[in-house]
Every structure is written in structure tokens, then in C-alpha cells.
Design a protein around this ligand. Structure first.
Ligand SMILES: CC(C)(COP(=O)(O)OP(=O)(O)OC[C@H]1O[C@@H](n2cnc3c(N)ncnc32)[C@H](O)[C@@H]1OP(=O)(O)O)[C@@H](O)C(=O)NCCC(=O)NCCS
Length: 393
């Protein structure tokens, strides 16, 4: 091939607006995250996950009786077809939970008599089926791979508490359930990130919502996307005690490595979700009698920010993964379930985007995503290459 220099291109679509959306606004400079016009701080303090799902899907806050009906409707969809569990039981127990979730999610179609029918009401029904069913699948896999019996949903509990119950077999205390619920609220939506773009792109082909959501789960499973808080936890365990932080940071920064949980592609100040998660992580550490993970995180944040500034002459800030790691870990959740937790929350945002992609007429968007690419491959001189038969090469 000729020696060529690749043209400078805008890789990864950074800074390129490719559609209009009414779902979420992320204001990186101001550190603001807004779902359908509402600040995340208000929502995290006042709304539960079910209310957030309603807001994202139906474009407004529910009235009291609407929320009650919506919660009831989700409860009715918690029970997944029995063959989902039989399928999970055939899988090797060391399979990555994100791969399991991606494979099992389309099986929820069996509970959906509306599949293939057009109309926003049908897709909303499917969205609820996915929100309820993916939580059941995740909890069931958490048990099956540990050789434990699957736990039936408990319809006296809300979505968050029921998930922890189905995972652990015990009804969580109110504070733990509340923190988990807030964790779901904080992860529900974040505009056009990689997995949401994946969902929208699949939806733009007019594939059904189950195809879009399982593709989004695949996108989220990548190490650069959903897996960062797993790596935050690994880092905290490697460090082990506050007196080892300086050494750890020096080694990381001098070798060009990353302090996980710091930095963000959009936020240029602290991620508002990290500011909400930090005190929850602290309190959860006290409840679980494991204060070490929060203490380590706090000290690492302070020292990591200072060392980064000294080295790069610019600031770095915490992202959502920095304190969610210690929060979920103190709840006793296995680290490789952190990404599925992200998915069982983000499915609400993905679903809202699928609906906007397929049904919102007002929002300008491509009818089918089909970006171009500049060809930098071979030619033979000024013309196309001449095909030589196999025997003559
Ligand atoms: C999230 C992330 C990809 C954002 O990247 P970005 O804003 O595009 O920042 P850049 O990649 O332009 O980084 C700018 C510089 O800071 C460095 N940097 C960014 N985040 C860093 C971190 N957490 N630790 C150490 N150095 C970091 C980069 O290596 C780069 O250095 P260089 O100029 O010498 O190449 C990046 O901060 C990161 O990888 N963080 C750690 C992983 C993580 O927590 N991911 C979850 C994101 S929600």
C-alpha cells in the first residue's frame, strides 16, 4: 500500500449534534444534568425510579393515580416466562452478566402480545415489559450462577427494593432500598452516549424495541462505557489503605495510566451525580460497617485531583462511577453486576429514545442513520485494481 497519511477527521462524533431530542440535557460546563426539563438534584431528592420512568416515557411527571397505575403495571410485568430461567440455567456460571443480559432480554418478547404491531402505545407497553423484566433477569442470574434458587418478585415492594430482594433473598432495610432507588434514578438517562446512540440507530431502521435495547446492552458492556465503576472498585481494592494512595497515584500518572472514575467526556466540573452519590456512599459504608471504601475514595479524590493538576496544569473531576462503586459494593453487590445495574436503570432512557426516534414527529432527525466515511483504502494507481483470478495470484 502507498505510504499515506490519514486525513484528520472528527473521530467518535465528539461535539457533533446529530439529532434533536427533548429527553435530556447535559450541560458540561455548568455540571447540570436535566431529564425532561427537571434538574437531577431535584429528581434524586424527590422522585423514585418508577416516577422517573414515567417522566422519561410519557414526557411529564405523573399525577398520583397515574403513578399508582404505572407502578402496578410494572409489577404485573416482573414475572418473566419460565423458560427464561431454564435458559439461564443452561449457561456456564462464569459467563459475563452483561452477555447474559443481552442474550436473555429478547426472550421477554414472549410476554408481549403487541410485538410487531405499530403504534406508540404498543412500544410503551414493551418499554414497561423491558424495565420490569430486565431487573428480574439480572437478579435471577445473580442467584443462578451462585447456585441459589431464583426468588419470585415481591409485589409489596417497589422496583428498587424488589430487585434487591430478588437478588439477595432478603427484604432490604429502608435506607439501603432508598439509596439503591436513588442510584437507579441517577443512571436512568444521559443523552446521546454510546449505548443510547446504539439504541436510536437500531430503532431508526424500524427494528422493534427489544432489538434496540439488546444492542444497547452490548454497547454498554464495553470497557470504555459501562464498566468504569468495576474498575474503580478494583483500583480501591488494589490500593487497600489510605497511606498507599500517594504511591499509587505517582505510579499511575508517571506511566500514563488512568485514575478510574476521574474525568469525563462532557462534564468540565464535578459530575452532579457524583456529588449526590458521595454522601450516600459514606452512609452506606457506615450501615455495612465497611467505611474503608468511602474513606479511600474521598482521599483518592483529593490527592488524585491535586496530582493531576500538578502534572497537567488543568483540573480533573469525579464522574458518576467514582462513588457508585463504593456505594454498590457496600450494599454487598458483586462487582461484575455493576454494569447490569446500570442497564436495568438506563433501559428507561433507552426506551424513551427509541420512542422519540420512531414516533416523535416534531424532533428533526435522520429517517435512518447512515453516516459517511472517507475511503482511505487501496487503489492501483489512479484507477481501481484489476481482479486477478485465484490461480494467477
Ligand atoms: C472519561 C475520559 C475518557 C474522558 O476523556 P476526555 O475528557 O476526552 O479527556 P482526554 O482523553 O482528552 O484526556 C486529557 C488528558 O487527561 C488525561 N486523563 C484523562 N482522564 C484521566 C484520568 N482519569 N486519570 C489520568 N489521566 C487522565 C488523558 O490521559 C489525557 O492526557 P494527554 O493529554 O497526555 O493525552 C477519561 O477521563 C478517562 O478515561 N477517565 C477514566 C475512566 C473513567 O472513569 N471512565 C468513566 C467515564 S463516565
Amino acid at each position: 500500500m502507498d505510504d499515506c497519511t490519514l486525513p484528520v477527521m472528527n473521530t467518535g462524533l465528539r461535539g457533533v449534534d446529530i439529532a434533536s431530542s427533548k429527553i435530556c440535557d447535559v450541560q458540561g460546563k455548568k455540571g447540570k444534568l436535566i431529564y425532561r426539563g427537571f434538574l437531577i438534584q431535584d429528581l434524586a431528592q424527590k422522585a423514585n425510579f418508577e416516577e422517573i420512568c414515567f417522566l422519561l416515557l410519557y414526557e411529564r411527571l405523573p399525577k398520583k393515580d397515574e403513578l399508582k397505575d404505572f407502578e402496578q403495571s410494572l409489577k404485573q410485568k416482573r414475572q418473566v416466562p419460565e423458560n427464561v430461567f431454564s435458559f439461564l440455567k443452561t449457561l456456564p456460571i462464569d459467563m459475563n452478566p452483561m452477555d447474559v443480559l443481552q442474550m436473555a432480554t429478547p426472550l421477554l418478547i414472549q410476554n408481549d402480545t403487541n410485538i410487531g404491531k405499530s403504534g406508540v402505545e404498543n412500544t410503551l407497553y414493551s418499554a414497561e415489559n423491558l424495565i420490569a423484566g430486565m431487573a428480574t433477569i439480572t437478579a435471577a442470574w445473580g442467584r443462578i450462577r451462585n447456585n441459589k434458587e431464583v426468588i419470585e418478585p415481591n409485589n409489596d415492594l417497589n422496583h428498587a427494593a424488589n430487585f434487591l430482594y430478588m437478588l439477595n433473598g432478603e427484604i432490604p432495610d429502608d435506607e439501603t432500598a432508598h439509596f439503591f432507588d436513588t442510584g437507579l434514578v441517577l443512571h436512568a438517562e444521559h443523552s446521546f452516549n454510546a449505548s443510547t446512540f446504539t439504541a436510536r440507530q437500531v430503532a431508526s431502521t424500524r427494528a422493534h424495541i427489544y432489538a434496540a435495547i439488546s444492542a444497547a446492552i452490548g454497547s454498554l458492556s464495553g470497557a470504555l462505557h459501562g464498566g468504569a465503576n468495576v474498575r474503580v472498585m478494583k483500583m480501591l481494592k488494589e490500593i487497600g489503605s489510605v497511606d498507599k494512595i500517594d504511591n499509587y497515584i505517582n505510579n499511575i500518572l508517571s506511566s500514563g495510566g488512568l485514575i478510574m472514575g476521574l474525568g469525563h467526556a462532557v462534564y468540565q466540573t464535578d459530575d452532579p451525580r457524583a456529588l449526590i452519590l458521595a454522601p450516600m456512599s459514606k452512609r452506606m459504608g457506615q450501615i455495612a460497617n465497611q467505611p474503608i471504601w468511602y474513606e479511600l475514595s474521598r482521599a483518592l479524590e483529593k490527592k488524585g485531583k491535586a496530582a493531576f493538576k500538578a502534572k497537567k496544569q488543568r483540573e480533573i473531576f469525579c464522574n458518576v462511577d467514582f462513588y457508585s462503586a463504593s456505594l454498590f459494593y457496600a450494599m454487598g453487590i458483586e462487582t461484575d453486576l455493576f454494569s447490569p445495574l446500570f442497564a436495568i436503570s438506563r433501559v428507561s432512557g433507552w426506551a424513551a429514545h427509541v420512542i422519540e426516534e420512531q414516533f416523535a414527529m416534531a424532533a428533526p432527525k435522520p429517517s435512518l442513520y447512515r453516516p459517511g466515511a472517507e475511503y482511505v483504502g487501496d487503489y492501483c494507481g489512479p484507477d481501481e485494481c484489476v481482479y486477478t483470478d485465484l490461480d494467477e495470484r
